[in-house]
Design a binder for this molecule. Sequence first.
Ligand code: HEM
Length: 442
Amino acid sequence: MHKEALETYGKIYRMNVLAGMKFVMIIDPDEIRKAFQHDGKFPKRRMLDMVKVYRNQNKNLYSSAGILIENGEKWYNTRVKVQQPMLKPQIVDKYIGKMHSVSEDFVARMKYLRDQNGEVPNYLNELYKWALESIGLITFNTRLGCLEANLTENSEPQRMITAVSNVFQVAAATELGPKFWLWYPKLTKNYKKLEKNSECIYDITTKYMEETKEKLKDKTANNAVDVGILETILQQDIDNREVVGFMCDLLAAGIDTTSHSTAAILYLLAKHQDRQEILHREIKTVLENNNYKITREVLDAMPYLKGCIQESMRLMPVVDGTQRYYDQDIVLSGYRIPAGTYVALLSGVAGKLADYFEQPDQFMPERWLPGAKKPHPYAHMPFGSGPRSCIGRRLAYQEMQLLLIKVLQNFKIEYHHDDIGMIFRFVNMPDKPLRFKFVDRK
Ligand code: HEM
């Protein structure tokens, strides 16, 4: 979509993307930088209109529309409370052990599910379960059990998997199509589906939040200080509705993004066996040198792994950028953009241009190694920028690192089918089934 427009109009153009919503697209990283400079204290974005309607209709359950949707003071009030626990390295590092166990279970499940061709049927769905199980370590403060064999329809993990997937479907359907439903939202099928599935997510999340609060009381009594993200948030003066709403938002933002990104990395490694071998060697050496213990130091000692993740997010990004609108007119590339206009800041598109990356179509994790020439910082920013940037980025990175280590330790990844690209479905997703062949490593 952007490629043709870019060739016709250049690095700034206006487009009617969604019915009634005109966007100005910005692809020039210098102009993206300028746009971010207008963020101020309360950067504004518009998204997930139906979820906003639903939450505003249910103020007994939700104190606001949530961190993804709210703007201004309401957004800020949540962000300041959750920012530190979500991004503080010492707190995020505490999840390394647990996330590593999730990856171990995932690989065991892959071995169990592999067919005679070495392929795992419906592999993307398995990645969704892995991502939900991983994020569940934060939102439910426990293992939910998504990777267990033979989940029944009625089991808690299966109900959660179905509910999260249904909410995504509604979000994608209502966000992308014409928004006629805004006139009568509660009468639509999508709203009813959203309502039913949100209630399921809300109930399960609340149950675990209450359990954590109880445990926290004991811990306080015993003066224990080793607390995780949910506990750190709960220890503040915060409305329960705000906590549950935030946890539901983490589930909304943290599953498709990490699972689709991981799918892209596995695919690019399968297509570039030479790079996969370099990565495998790095993982093997670092683990051997550290008695197979996985720690922050071990993750930091794997620059090639980091390079593979960065390079995959450049070549096959799950989001092409982010979006803002401003209270005042701004000027970009010499054009005056009136206040209130939606501006798409498309660093994901810039990242594939020869203006900013040599041989942009090539998968070259080496470009991200220490000492390599630094790219334009606004030509690759998969997690956005500034005070509203992705609050889950540290967790996402850690999750992906741990999964890749485990998968590469166990398997050589091959792919023998038609090339896979990304299609836009609210976030970008693989356009073909992930028919990887997983060959046991000796
Ligand atoms: C590869 C994985 C991911 C990518 C590429 C990604 C990307 C993004 C981007 C581009 C934004 C908008 C930033 C901006 O407007 O400047 C964002 C926001 C957000 N992300 Fe992520 N994300 C990922 C994983 C996660 C995970 C795992 C979580 C939860 C644990 C998460 C939670 C959020 C939240 C809550 C926001 C809204 C922040 C706010 O508005 O204050 N993300 N993410």
